[in-house]
Design a protein around this ligand. Structure first.
Ligand code: PLP
Length: 424
């Protein structure tokens, strides 16, 4: 670095009409006249189609041109009750008229009610609320490291699974065993080891005195819908018991009915020590949570927090969404419709060379004969159907939990047509 001089840092004298005396000025920018795209002011982070979403209802979205889309991405496994459901509208309106935000320094009524509900319907005793899944996972990692500091001689290492996904904060990019992220934004947060899914020997080899937790998704979502085996998870639970290691399950995508059970861990007959929720828990309102067993009630004041933790609007939204999932038994609907969806895809398989049709409940995927995932997503969208391609040769479906057979029939018809464009 070359040295800088004092004069370089000196503020020039202000003239009248300068930015500081007229806050509305363009601050030296020139108006170029006419935007190239309606999104010129959006920082690029994702390839998005040139359309603007305006309205949603049930299984459908509409863009500003009036085109209708059948949504089998469910807002990325978020809109569990479909788009703009009455229960969520009412809860938000009611709470907004009563109290939008008090401060993280106070309890509020929906916060207490919602935490009680989540602990009643799960194997956990304590809840910490956040706004995003990544933050919930950060909280889980902090809590496991706190446990390590207090009870395991400072053990801090967390073992995670290759091709998993835990979010985009720096620590969660470290936790996420995504090969493409290995060299991004270095230096990342140390203390994470990655092992392949369903390989108990690799996991056993990675465990040491320094391990405080094992963290994984029970069905990898972004990784392309790959489930942990029952025997694998059973062995992990046993290993964690023997070595006093915390088992963290990331149910940000699989939680609250998505896999055909309220929580994916129920399929395995084991109890984790920590679970994170996100996505579907707010039904579209930004909301996430970390749940933990009683023995992990270890944070001291200030160890963890957040301006919006337990924020009343979010709490009212989450409460309404989870109550509605229970009242309408949407976990059961996910199990039934998920099977119908798998059967339907199976019928298209030989015609279009689809393989590895897989999934649990309404988290479903299949592989294409070659890597035309993004082209197929675009073709489906043109035809009025939203699907997702998490990997170049894989299509993933995660519709709202309210999906019915008729919606699946419509989806299969549109998918069949779109796939036909790629024949040969
Ligand atoms: C989406 C997702 C996250 C990250 O959630 P954000 O709300 O985007 O931070 C973490 N874990 C899993 C399994 C996810 O699917």
């Amino acid at each position: 670095m070359s040295p800088i001089t004092q004069t370089q840092l000196q503020q020039p004298a202000l003239k009248s009409g300068d930015a500081m005396t007229s806050p509305g000025s363009l601050d030296g920018k020139t108006i170029t006249g006419g935007h190239k795209s309606p999104a010129d002011s959006i920082l690029f982070t994702a390839v998005r189609p040139d359309l603007v979403m305006e309205r949603g209802e049930g299984m459908y979205l509409w863009d500003t041109a009036g085109n209708r889309y059948l949504d089998f991405t469910g807002g990325w496994a978020v809109n569990s009750l479909g788009h703009s459901p009455a229960a969520l509208q009412e809860a938000l309106a009611r709470q907004a008229s009563l109290l939008v935000h008090a401060s993280p320094a106070f309890y509020n009524k929906p916060m207490l009610e919602f935490a009680k509900l989540l602990t009643d319907i799960s194997c956990f005793d304590k809840v910490f609320f956040t706004s995003t899944g990544a933050e919930a996972n950060e909280s889980a990692v902090k809590l496991a490291r706190k446990y390590g500091a207090l009870h395991k001689n400072g053990a801090y290492e967390i073992i995670t699974v290759t091709n998993g996904f835990h979010g985009r904060t720096l620590a969660m990019m470290s936790a996420t065993g995504k090969p493409q992220w290995q060299t991004l934004f270095e230096p990342k947060v140390p203390g994470f080891k990655h092992v392949p899914l369903n390989d108990i020997d690799a996991l056993f080899a990675a465990v040491s005195d320094n391990t405080c937790a094992i963290m994984l998704e029970l069905v990898q979502g972004e990784g392309g819908v790959h489930a942990a085996n029952e025997s694998y998870l059973y062995a992990i639970r046993k290993m964690c018991d023997i070595y006093d290691i915390m088992l963290i399950v990331d149910e940000v995508q699989t939680g609250l009915g998505r896999t055909g059970a309220m929580f994916a861990y129920e399929h395995y007959g084991i109890e984790p020590d920590i679970m994170t929720l996100g996505k579907g828990v707010g039904g579209g309102f930004p909301l996430a949570a970390m749940l933990a067993k009683e023995k992990l009630d270890l944070f001291e004041a200030g160890d963890q927090g957040g301006t919006y933790t337990g924020q009343p609007l979010g709490m009212a939204a989450g409460l309404a969404v989870v109550q509605e999932i229970m009242k309408r038994d949407l976990a059961q609907n996910a199990a039934v419709q998920g099977q119908y969806l798998l059967d339907g895809l199976q019928k298209l398989a030989s015609k279009h060379n689809l393989s590895n049709i897989r999934g649990k409940g309404l988290l479903v995927a299949f592989d294409l004969p070659y890597h035309y995932g993004s082209e197929l997503v675009a073709a489906c969208r043109e035809a009025g159907l939203l699907v997702n391609s998490p990997q170049p040769g894989t299509i993933r479906l995660m519709p709202p939990l309210i999906v019915q057979q008729s919606d699946i029939d419509d989806m299969l018809r549109l998918l069949d047509q779109a796939l036909s464009q790629f024949a040969g």
